[in-house]
Structures are given as structure tokens and as C-alpha cells.
Design a protein around this ligand. Structure first.
Ligand SMILES: Cc1cc2nc3c(=O)[nH]c(=O)nc-3n(C[C@H](O)[C@H](O)[C@H](O)COP(=O)(O)OP(=O)(O)OC[C@H]3O[C@@H](n4cnc5c(N)ncnc54)[C@H](O)[C@@H]3O)c2cc1C
Length: 430
């Protein structure tokens, strides 16, 4: 079909979901316009300027199982900016390293050789993974991760050292509140997947360079920065976007879920979805950026600074020599601390892990208050298609085809959703 006959798609929101959707449609020759309220693309995973250095709005971690994300990065020509390392979880008193062996040997040998777990704790971990595997990682009902771990008689020390840190890192929700089904999905695709799926993919550039800038270069005039859409209404031929005052035949809303209800007040068919999404609660992520006079000596680029719910430190010399990010997931008392006190506490933890630190030149705390939605059991997540014909949703919160494929609020969830949305649009117009 020549361009002139094709319907124009407007995408509202240039986070990784909106970008993935726009790239997919643009690659298929579909006329598409991406409206982004901010001055750059990337949304919750973007570059931020800090005294002449480009850092991230918050420290992110990618894993080998992020297939859709890796495909997008290859398309953007930035996959080489990720450094692939076999998984190592190093926290004080505990170390799990997965050797370069074929699955599932890598996990069995990794657990057997783990430091800081008793033999019975290692056996309990292996038994737990085996039981989940036997049930295809599918639970008869969704419960909390705590309840699941209790059901499988997981010892408290094993929960504190292994399961709780994985749950907080992947779901950004504490074990007591987190969805066991989504936790199982993550375990299946990482620890129990192919060995390469559990690899850590460490971003050596900033998030803007990794995706936002490259996507802008690809999309060119099709990406409209600083263009906030304030509302959407239906017209005889499709939709009208208030703000840019533009028509569109199809619309993809790829905004943060907290922004959705206000955008769709003019669309009665969206009332049910807006009510569901308005009931979500949010989890913050805090990142302390440290700039030392000289590079610090990390034994591994990612180090847990304590067990359970504790910060993780990342070596970020790729941004500028001497850069370190310390990230603290989810809600907690740390958010009430004075910034200087928190900095001193985290510096002490870092020194505990690395020994004496070089001179600190500068520091900055960035707290993303609505970094992710709380990933709780049985959360109602909308499909990409909506009751309003021609209106689609993309974003990390949309539903997968099956609950056993549901991801938490992650880059991979966002990218998968954007790609799926684009394919639905392309299929309906075939
Ligand atoms: C600090 C932090 C750390 C994280 N760590 C990890 C991690 O380690 N690994 C991982 O996989 N995930 C992590 N995440 C989660 C991940 O960043 C998100 O899941 C993902 O970026 C969501 O992408 P999205 O496109 O769905 O939404 P968003 O990124 O929220 O994109 C929505 C976009 O819509 C725009 N917008 C909103 N309203 C309008 C409007 N009216 N008009 C036009 N534009 C609008 C916004 O400006 C934004 O750019 C982290 C998130 C944060 C904040």
C-alpha cells in the first residue's frame, strides 16, 4: 500500500515502549508521529546532564533474557554499549556466580559453589527451583512472594541473601507484597533459562546514548519533542489530539500509567481501564551518584552492600572516570533520611566493600517517586487493544498474552509491549 493510503498513527509518549512501537511502525513504512512531552526521548530510562557529565535518571540493569530490548538496541546500533557478564550476586557474606556451563548445570554448579549458604540452604534453593520447574513456573493462584517462599519452606537466611534481593531488584516490590506469579516468570526467564539469559548486561554509556538519542536520529521529524498531549477525543475519521492540535487515525497511548486516566476522560469507553489503573500504587527508586577523583577498584562492577533490602553499587567509569551509582529500590525509611546522612551511610557501606575510597568530588541524589507500579498479586493489567476502536495502549504495565509471560515494570516489559502494539496495528490494516 503506498504511504498516502495508509492511516497515520500517533504515539503519545516517547519512553522505551513508545520508541519500540514507533521504530516498528516506521520500519514497516507506516506514517507515524511520536509526541513526547519532555525535551528528550527515554521516559523513565533517560540521560540527565549533571555538571558536564551525562548520567542516567536512575541506575538500570539489563539481563540476557531481555530479547526484545536487545533486538531494539541492535536495530538502533547501540547493543555494543552493553557489557555482558555471567551473573554474579555478591553481597557481604554471600556470593553466587553462575559458571559458563550449559543450563541447567550452570545453576546447579553455581548453587553448589555459592559462598555463604549452608548445605541445607543450597539444597532448599535447588528444591524450590525444581518444584517451580515441575509446575512450569505456573501457580494455581497468585499469592505474595513471601507466601510462596513459606509454602516451599525456604530458610530465612536464604530468603535474605538470595530471594529477597532478586525480588526487590526485579519487581521493585518487597517480598511481603510482591506477586509470586511474576516472580516465577522472572526466575524462569533468568536463573532457569538458558545460561546466557541470566547474564548481566551492564550499560557502559548513559541511557540517553543507549536508546533515546539513537531513536531520535532514526525517527527524525517523526519524533516531536516538547509536545505534550493534553487530551484525546474521537472524531468522524479517528481522533483529535489536544495540545499539538493534530488528527490521527489511530492512537497509541504509551504514557506512564499514572498519566493515563487524565488523558482519556473524553473517551467514555476507557472508563473501566482508567479506574483499574487509577487504583495502582507506586514504588520509588533512589540513585546516589558519586564522582570520585580517581576510579574505584570494584572486584565486580555490581556489588550488593548488604543482604535483604539493601542498596547496590555499580561501577560507572564508562560515564566518566571515578563515577559510581548506588541504587536503592522500593519504598523504605531511607527516603525520609536527610540527603547528607544517606550519602554518608552509603559511602560507609561502599568503603566497607571496597576499602578506603578516593576523594569524593561531587554527589547527587535522584529519586524517581513513581519509578514503577507496585507489582502485587492479581494486578489488573489492560490489554494493548482497548474498547475504543483504533486506540491502543503500550507501556510496561500492559498485559502479556498469558499471566505466565507477565513481566514486572521493566525495560523489557515496555519494549515487548511497544512491539506487540505495533504488530497489532499492522495486522489490522493488512
Ligand atoms: C530509577 C529507575 C530505575 C529502574 N531500573 C530498572 C532496571 O534496572 N531494569 C529494568 O528493566 N527496568 C528498570 N526500571 C523501569 C523502567 O525504566 C521502566 O519500566 C520503563 O522505562 C517504562 O517505559 P515506558 O515506555 O512504559 O514508560 P515511560 O518511560 O514512563 O514513558 C512514558 C513517556 O510518556 C511521556 N508522556 C507522559 N505524558 C505525556 C503526554 N501527555 N504527552 C506526551 N508525552 C507524555 C513521558 O514524558 C515519558 O517519556 C527503572 C525505572 C526507574 C525510574
Amino acid at each position: 500500500m503506498p504511504d498516502a493510503e495508509m492511516s497515520a498513527v500517533a504515539i503519545v509518549g516517547g519512553g522505551w515502549a513508545g520508541i519500540a512501537c514507533a521504530m516498528e511502525l516506521a520500519d514497516s513504512g507506516r506514517p507515524v508521529t511520536l509526541y513526547e512531552a519532555a525535551k528528550q526521548l527515554g521516559g523513565r530510562a533517560r540521560g540527565v546532564d549533571w555538571n558536564g557529565i551525562r548520567i542516567d535518571n536512575g541506575q538500570h540493569l539489563l539481563v540476557g533474557a531481555y530479547g526484545a530490548t536487545l533486538r531494539l538496541l541492535r536495530r538502533l546500533g547501540t547493543a555494543h554499549l552493553l557489557e555482558r557478564r555471567p551473573l554474579q550476586l555478591c553481597v557481604p557474606g554471600f556470593r553466587l556466580a553462575l559458571p559458563k556451563l550449559p543450563a541447567p548445570l550452570h545453576l546447579a554448579v553455581g548453587l553448589l559453589l555459592a559462598h555463604g549458604l549452608s548445605l541445607s540452604e543450597k539444597w532448599a534453593a535447588a528444591r524450590f527451583m525444581q518444584a517451580l520447574k515441575a509446575s512450569n513456573f505456573s501457580l494455581p493462584e497468585d499469592i505474595t512472594v513471601s507466601a510462596l517462599l513459606r509454602r516451599h519452606r525456604q530458610p530465612p537466611a536464604l530468603i535474605d541473601k538470595l530471594w529477597a534481593p532478586i525480588c526487590i531488584a526485579a519487581l521493585n516490590t518487597p517480598v511481603a507484597a510482591a506477586s509470586a506469579q511474576v516472580f516465577c516468570n522472572v526466575l524462569r526467564d533468568s536463573l532457569a533459562g538458558r545460561r546466557a539469559d541470566s547474564d548481566l548486561l551492564l550499560n557502559r554509556a548513559d541511557l540517553g546514548r543507549l536508546v533515546g538519542d539513537a531513536a531520535l536520529a532514526h525517527l527524525g521529524q517523526r519524533a516531536r519533542l516538547g509536545e505534550k498531549v493534553s487530551g484525546i477525543t474521537q472524531t468522524a475519521t479517528g481522533f483529535h489530539l489536544a495540545g499539538p492540535e493534530q488528527p490521527a487515525e489511530q492512537v497509541v497511548l504509551a504514557v506512564h500509567p499514572s498519566r493515563l486516566p487524565a488523558l482519556v476522560v473524553g473517551l467514555p469507553g476507557m472508563a473501566g481501564i482508567a479506574t483499574d489503573v487509577a487504583s495502582y500504587t507506586w514504588q520509588p527508586i533512589l540513585t546516589l551518584w558519586l564522582r570520585f577523583a580517581t576510579p574505584t577498584a570494584f572486584p565486580f562492577p555490581m556489588l550488593g552492600l548488604d543482604d535483604g533490602h539493601a542498596p547496590w553499587a555499580f561501577e560507572r567509569n564508562g560515564l566518566a572516570p571515578g563515577m559510581v551509582a548506588i541504587v536503592m529500590s522500593a519504598d523504605g525509611p531511607h527516603l525520609k533520611r536527610l540527603a547528607q546522612h544517606l550519602r554518608d551511610e552509603y559511602l560507609a557501606l561502599l568503603a566497607g566493600a571496597l576499602g578506603p575510597l578516593p576523594e569524593l568530588l561531587d554527589w547527587k541524589i535522584i529519586t524517581e517517586k513513581r519509578a514503577t507500579w507496585s507489582c502485587t498479586p492479581n494486578l489488573s493489567r489492560p490489554d494493548n487493544t482497548t474498547p475504543v476502536p483504533g486506540l491502543y495502549l503500550a507501556g510496561d504495565y500492559t498485559a502479556a498474552d498469558d499471566v505466565t509471560d507477565s513481566y514486572p515494570a521493566t525495560l523489557e516489559g515496555a519494549v515487548r509491549s511497544g512491539v506487540k502494539c505495533a504488530r497489532l496495528i499492522l495486522e489490522t490494516s493488512r
